[in-house]
Write a protein that binds this ligand. Structure first.
Ligand SMILES: C[S@@+](CC[C@H](N)C(=O)[O-])C[C@H]1O[C@@H](n2cnc3c(N)ncnc32)[C@H](O)[C@@H]1O
Length: 246
């Protein structure tokens, strides 16, 4: 049974706690990137959440359909202006089908990692490919596993240390597991939120795409098409559906 890590409490604070990701400097190039790939077609967002990308993309005239496991996240989306234009199916994006075909599908903000088994990640690529038109694109935004900077025999890595957030990644290198621990001050105490992920290298995702009839078209380190290099800590990858059968 798939666990929902975005229940009511997380949903209530999501936009505020992810404020950096709502910054126009992040959001505008992301939405422009998606709008260009969607062209005249429709877009499918896997893990649509509170509509951070879907709402501004739909404002640009792209029809957006979403899938999300969390009723609470989608309820937050529904409170926002423009939400009436967006259709959302509640379910697991590795298996849930929605009607129609899409020129673009996207899964951002490390969310492929919320699927914690290889089977589920492979199923997600296959489910996505089944929604794409021939030539349609699948975009993923994902961190590069931080193993190059993890000293031998260590399993934890502090990735943020500030007054209002301490972030620690805990690696399980045998199972490609990663638990992200977030400590935030709340009502005079530090509150801990821990979320499990499965990390994957870009090459493993390329293979999953290939199994699903897609091929790598572009890989960048950011939404402004910055080059992806050995120093990049994240990637924005675009695979194209090259199968002709729908
Ligand atoms: C980090 S949030 C990202 C939300 C939005 N895409 C954004 O960029 O702000 C991840 C979202 O994916 C959803 N999610 C995680 N695993 C899922 C799954 N297997 N199926 C459907 N939705 C899932 C969560 O409920 C949550 O809304």
């Amino acid at each position: 049974m798939l666990e929902n890590h975005f229940g009511e409490e997380v949903a209530a604070r999501y936009d505020e706690s992810s404020a950096d990701m709502f910054d126009p400097a992040v959001l505008e190039p992301t939405v422009a990137f998606m709008a260009q790939l969607a062209g005249d077609g429709a877009a499918l967002e896997l893990g649509i959440g509170t509509g951070r990308i879907a709402l501004p993309l739909s404002e640009r005239g792209v029809r957006v359909v979403g899938i999300d496991l969390s009723e609470s996240m989608v309820a937050k989306l529904r409170e926002k202006p423009g939400a009436e234009r967006i259709e959302v199916a509640i379910g697991d994006f590795a298996t849930t089908r929605v009607e129609g075909t899409f020129s673009l599908a996207y899964l951002v903000f490390n969310t492929i990692g919320n699927l914690t088994t290889q089977d589920a990640q492979v199923a997600c690529f296959q489910n996505t490919a089944a929604h794409l038109e021939p030539g349609g694109c699948f975009v993923i935004e994902l961190g590069v596993p931080g193993l190059r900077t993890l000293p031998p025999c260590e399993r934890v890595q502090v990735f943020d240390f500030s007054e209002d957030h301490i972030g620690i990644d805990e690696y399980d290198v045998v199972n490609q597991g990663l638990v992200s621990h977030h400590l935030s001050p709340r009502e005079g105490a530090w509150e801990l939120l821990s979320m499990p992920f499965r990390y994957a290298w870009p090459a493993e995702l390329d293979l999953m795409a290939r199994l699903a009839g897609m091929t790598l078209r572009e890989r960048w380190s950011g939404w402004n098409r910055e080059p992806f290099t050995s120093e990049s800590t994240k990637h924005v990858s675009v695979w194209e559906n090259v199968s002709s059968a729908m």
